[in-house]
Design a protein. Structure first.
Length: 76
């Protein structure tokens, strides 16, 4: 008997922090935790009105923060 139930879909434009941390931890690089994402949100990372995170907007924020921390033109 086939399971015809719809499988849950991840929406990269509206992910709960817990799911975003799990996804980012699986794609490689340093470990990402929900606590790290929460800290970034507290530091100004953008979130959707419902508290979810848009991974594209979050990535853009990280790049901007890296430039700011490196003293780049856009971060001054």
């Amino acid at each position: 008997m086939a399971d015809d139930a719809p499988k849950p879909q991840l929406n990269p434009a509206a992910m709960p922090l817990r799911d975003a941390a799990r996804l980012l931890a699986k794609v490689g690089g340093p470990s990402i935790t929900e606590a790290m994402l929460t800290s970034d949100v507290e530091a100004g990372a953008p979130t959707n009105p419902d508290g979810t995170i848009n991974l594209v907007h979050y990535a853009a924020w990280l790049v901007k923060e890296m430039g700011r921390n490196a003293g780049g033109r856009d971060g001054e």
